[in-house]
Design a binder for this molecule. Structure first.
Ligand SMILES: Nc1ncnc2c1ncn2[C@@H]1O[C@H](COP(=O)(O)OP(=O)(O)OP(=O)(O)O)[C@@H](O)[C@H]1O
Length: 760
């Protein structure tokens, strides 16, 4: 399929910053977009077989065939099929409206990437270096993509050396033998084809304009107009469909009144600007890091000092790619794998915007907000604010504040009054609350010069769109906007004009078709009947713990209540477990999150509130139990491991009737694993553990489970079957008969009179 870009496509030498500044330009080549089909035809699959383990060796000469970032302006390109959530939108919207009406303070919950340019770079270099002596020792990784080439050696090499950690996948993978690996490899390869044309051959590609708005109507239909709640991530539970969570009262709004979210800074102010960077084509390494130094850009020396203190030596690939464009004043949509430093990528230039703004007068107790960062979850917002404060260490006159759900609005109002800030990090629902209810807030927003949507695809998805539109309407049109995410589905690209100027740049640091997940993260999936899931989880964890002294595991569950159930069970099994989900008070969530960040030998069971953006270091294993809400969510969840170029493992545990999900991630290197043998002793222990879990938690988990799967179109279309499956889940919890559900709840779920349900 040839490419259609409305305007030009640029092929630029790999060292992006140099190409953006005339003084540095060492000969970037700009080709007509007409070249693209030709190049695409000539080298359609060039990257496919090239390994990650190769030495990176960039020529300083521009090379047309060296792919780098894929960058476009405006929209264009083919549109992927909309995901099922979008298709479910109208139906869900009705259902949720209904729920909202009768449950006035209902609670809503929702609830993962990995190597782009680095892949491209490695691949290019691999090609360049194929005859230049020894390759660095990770050939095994590349073999994972090589279908039949993958095998023992590749697997062993992946973790190289005798001191490597034994992995869960060492224990379980390929029990079905090499056949699986081959099949997987093959399907991965074939799925790379066709999808890749856009990225493979372009060094740096851009297209302008947003001509194609197809699908927009569908996208905007059924927005979450009924949400006035401040618990943002819970709002997305609408999409997940956890009826139980929807109907429950949130306790978390009431606590945390005294949480101090304003972060202190030290040092002296005064920003000094440096000159534009000089041309410096340094060879890059094969990591998520580039070789470009921060001081090659015109950043405040005080920011540079803070960066040094933070231990950041060179820029990550996404930082290197986006910073020069942003500093030129452009709007940017950036896609880069998880854990590759996107937060710093948008914060650094945002801080520059504050520095450039006139300082607020001393008597102005309500200075304008210059930078507004919107994040989908409270954890992420707090984390982004903490990162901002790291960068602002030597800018004491620049204040950062966080407004998120889980605190009383008046408390936040007071805090904002006493601690003026120029940078505000917020979750959408709470931000909207302030726009509507905090006096003077709307005026302060009129000072916004930079708007950032972190996890942009999620924020622009149906769950948040209405709030985002409201927020966008509240900030000036004359502003710079940055949209960042590890995943940018085509349907989101089609609607990003909601926030971005038409001439925005799309900077894609993920080489399409090489997968959006990190190559160092081993991915497996297991298919097992529901009645074996808890035992399998236990066995899996036991093996992982036995093999990894410093294990740090995250288990993702479908809903908050299922999360609670799994956490309860694992504590009964004497594992070192913590839980985070939307039904926990914010203070608890913050405390547990901090503890998990700092700890080793610990397991976190969580709903999707931890799926995106949260930066826990050294997570060794991510387990996903049950159907992820979509492909993107799978990637973001998985992205909690393998951050900053580290290794990690991911296991997706599905029931046979959930296996259809695998077609949506078939381009990712996920291997089907056979099931580990279930030791009868372990099964017995799990059964005993389940019998000790409180009945009310099982009831809540059952109802939530039913609600979640009711929102999954493929499963919910046969409601009788859905109930049968829910009852299977009930039995898996050790219940003889399924818990009874209130009639009105069943009515709202659209499950009235479905055989197999018990009502109360
Ligand atoms: N230039 C750098 N050098 C080293 N570490 C960095 C650099 N920039 C950011 N980091 C660190 O990398 C880690 C991951 O960054 P961050 O959380 O921003 O990733 P992300 O790309 O936003 O991931 P996700 O998609 O999961 O949100 C953080 O601990 C951050 O402090």
């Amino acid at each position: 399929m040839s490419l259609k870009f409305p305007l030009g496509v640029r092929f630029i030498t790999h060292s992006l910053p140099c190409t953006r500044f005339p003084s540095m330009n060492s000969g970037a080549l700009i080709y007509s977009f007409r070249s693209v089909p030709v190049l695409s035809k000539a080298f359609p699959f060039r990257l496919k077989y090239i390994g990650l383990g190769s030495r990176v060796n960039f020529s300083t000469r521009p090379e047309r065939s060296q792919p780098e970032f894929v960058r476009r302006s405006g929209a264009g390109g083919e549109i992927r099929a909309s995901k099922s959530l979008i298709e479910d939108e109208a139906e869900l919207s009705d259902w949720v409206s209904d729920l909202r009406t009768s449950s006035s303070r209902g609670k809503f919950t929702s609830e993962e990437d990995n190597s782009g340019p680095e892949l491209v770079r490695r691949n290019v270099v691999d090609r360049d270096n194929s005859s230049r002596g020894p390759r660095r020792g990770r050939e095994g990784q590349s073999d994972r993509f090589g279908g039949a080439r993958r095998g023992k050696e590749g697997e062993m090499d992946r973790f190289g050396g005798s001191d490597r950690r034994r992995t869960t996948s060492d224990s379980f993978r390929n029990r079905e033998g090499a056949r699986n690996g081959r099949i997987q490899g093959k399907s991965s390869e074939s799925s790379f084809r066709g999808r890749n044309e856009r990225n493979v051959d372009s060094g740096f590609r851009r297209d302008r304009g947003l001509e194609n708005n197809k699908g927009l109507g569908k996208q905007t239909r059924g927005l979450r107009h009924e949400v006035e709640d401040s618990c943002d991530e819970d709002e997305m539970r609408i999409v997940s469909g956890s009826i139980d969570d929807l109907l429950s009262e949130d306790s978390s709004d009431e606590d945390d009144e005294n949480d101090e979210l304003v972060i202190q800074k030290v040092g002296s102010p005064k920003a000094v600007r440096t000159d534009m960077p000089r041309s410096d084509h340094v060879k890059t390494s094969d990591s998520y890091l580039s070789k470009t130094r921060f001081d090659q850009f015109p950043l405040s020396p005080l920011s540079l000092k803070a960066i040094k203190d933070a231990g950041f030596e060179t820029m990550t690939v996404v930082q290197e790619a986006t910073l020069p464009i942003i500093l030129q004043g452009k709007d940017v949509l950036a896609k880069a794998k998880t854990g590759t430093g996107k937060t710093v990528a948008f914060l650094l230039p945002s801080i520059e915007a504050v520095i450039k703004s006139p300082p607020p007068s001393r008597d102005n107790r309500q200075p304008p907000i210059v930078v507004l960062v919107v994040c989908p979850t409270r954890e992420l917002a707090s984390q982004a604010a903490a990162e901002a404060n790291t960068l602002l260490k030597y800018h004491p006159s620049i204040g950062v504040q966080v407004v998120i759900g889980g605190t009383k609005l008046p408390t936040e109002q007071r805090r904002m009054q006493t601690n003026p800030c120029q940078i505000l990090v917020a979750t959408p629902g709470r931000l909207k609350d302030h726009i509507e209810n905090t006096s003077g807030f709307a005026t302060r927003l009129m000072g916004v010069k930079v708007l950032v949507l972190d996890e942009a695809d999620h924020l622009l998805d149906m769950g948040f769109r209405r709030d985002i539109e409201r927020i966008i309407a509240a900030v000036p049109k004359q502003r710079q906007t940055f949209l960042f995410s590890a995943t940018v589905p085509e349907e989101v690209r089609q609607i990003c004009h909601v926030a971005l100027k038409r001439d925005h740049e799309f900077i894609n640091c993920v080489q399409e078709g090489t997968g959006e997940t990190h190559q160092k993260v081993t991915q497996m999936y297991m298919i097992a009947s529901l009645d074996r899931h808890f035992s399998l989880l236990y066995v899996l964890l036991k093996e992982h713990i036995a093999d990894n002294v410093d294990y740090k595991v995250i288990i993702f569950c479908t809903t908050a209540m299922v999360t609670r159930l799994v956490a309860d069970l694992l504590s009964q099994l004497s594992l070192n477990v913590r839980e985070i989900h939307s039904r926990k008070p914010q203070s608890y969530r913050t405390r547990v999150s901090d503890e998990f960040r700092k700890s080793k030998a610990i397991i976190l069971v969580t709903s999707d509130v931890s799926a995106r953006g949260v930066d826990y270091p050294d997570v060794s294993l991510v387990v996903q139990m049950g159907l992820p809400s979509d492909r993107e969510q799978y990637i973001h969840r998985l992205g909690r491991t393998g951050r900053k170029g580290k290794e990690g493992e991911g296991v997706l545990l599905l029931a046979p009737w959930e296996e259809y999900f695998m077609s949506s991630v078939k381009d990712l290197p996920i291997t089907k694993s056979t099931l580990p043998p279930l030791d009868p002793e372990a099964v017995k222990r799990v059964q005993k553990g389940l019998s000790q879990v409180e009945m009310k938690n099982k009831e809540a988990a059952y109802q939530a489970w039913l609600g979640y799967y009711k929102s999954q179109k493929m499963i919910a279309r046969d409601t009788t079957r859905l109930v049968e499956l829910a009852n299977e889940f009930s039995r898996s919890m050790g219940l003889d008969s399924p818990p009874a559900i209130a009639k009105n709840v069943l009515g709202k779920m659209g499950l009235k009179n479905v055989p197999g349900l018990r009502t109360k």
